[in-house]
Ligand binder design. Structure first.
Ligand code: AMP
Length: 282
């Protein structure tokens, strides 16, 4: 495995792979890797000859009062996990490599970036789309892997790839959970033991609604109410919304198209997100 920190070196390292028409997979991350990231790496390894993992805590996707400076980091551990997982290249640039002086060109996503997290994190998806587009240009992967946990991110990236004619297949990998069903997240390390107990309300609520859906409930308000009952105990519920799986606009009753029940909540001072997909069978 190679660890690379500059774009020039990255291009050199990938030149042979591209010339030989090898299938290159990219797994973009902000590091502090866990089993969710490893599932993305595994998916890439299964279908690509070369797997590039980027580790970059992207400043442009953090708001001024968010956790950029305290975001968990442990590069040595990440490097070892990548090596053990069979990654070909770890790309870990410093910020100036991605955002040189006088940087001023951004990718501006549209409607998909407005609801859900977009409503609470202004500029977040602009930062995400920009850095992902830049990573796509640097690595020129055939396929890129993203986690379903960040459902809106997947939608924004997919749209961007279509709208900007980026010849890259976007694969969404199902959310990996702890044994008690808490969605894995680098931010889980902020949780105290008490927070950890409270955080379980999120997946409990989502799975209660998914179960009701499985038993035939198709009414949007009722499904949301079922999830909400569990979420009453969290410190601050930012949103709990059932949205259309493609447009991310509010889903309509009775549900007849794939939809996502999405949550963002603060547990203590930690913001957590999660979702379940509800897929009506025809
Ligand atoms: P992050 O490092 O949090 O920016 O995440 C990097 C990638 O890993 C994103 O595509 C996330 O959606 C994905 N990811 C994060 N947590 C999980 C999880 N629990 N299961 C699957 N993918 C995840």
């Amino acid at each position: 495995m190679q660890t690379i920190t500059t774009v020039a070196e990255l291009r050199r390292a990938l030149a042979d792979a591209h010339r030989a028409d090898k299938r290159v997979g990219l797994v973009p991350t902000m590091g502090y890797l866990h089993d969710g990231h490893l599932a993305l790496i595994e998916a890439s390894r299964a279908q690509c000859d070369v797997t590039v993992v980027s580790i970059f805590v992207n400043p442009t996707q953090f708001g001024p009062r968010e956790d950029l400076s305290t975001y968990p980091r442990d590069f040595q551990r990440d490097e070892k996990l990548c090596r053990d997982a069979g990654v070909t290249i770890v790309f870990a640039p410093v910020s100036q490599e991605i955002y040189p002086a006088q940087f001023e060109t951004f990718v501006e996503p549209g409607e998909l970036a407005k609801p859900l997290c977009g409503a609470f994190r202004p500029g977040h998806f602009r930062g995400v789309a920009t850095v992902v587009c830049k990573l796509f240009n640097m690595v020129q992967p055939d396929v890129a892997f993203f986690g379903q946990k960040d459902f809106q991110q997947c939608a924004v990236v997919r749209r961007m790839a279509i709208d900007l004619n980026l010849p890259i297949e976007i694969v969404t990998v199902p959310t990996v959970r702890e044994a008690d069903r808490l969605a894995m997240s680098s931010r889980n390390r902020y949780l105290s033991e008490e927070d950890r107990g409270q955080a379980l309300a999120i997946s409990r609520g989502l799975f209660a609604a998914a179960e009701a859906f499985g038993l035939g409930e198709r009414n949007v308000d009722k499904l949301v109410a079922i999830a909400k009952r569990h979420l009453e105990t969290v410190d601050q519920l930012q949103y709990l919304e059932l949205v259309d799986g493609d447009t991310l606009k509010p889903a309509s009753s009775p549900l007849h198209r794939p939809a996502a029940l999405c949550v963002a909540a603060y547990v203590g001072s930690t913001r957590l997100i999660d979702n379940v997909i509800l897929q009506p069978t025809p």
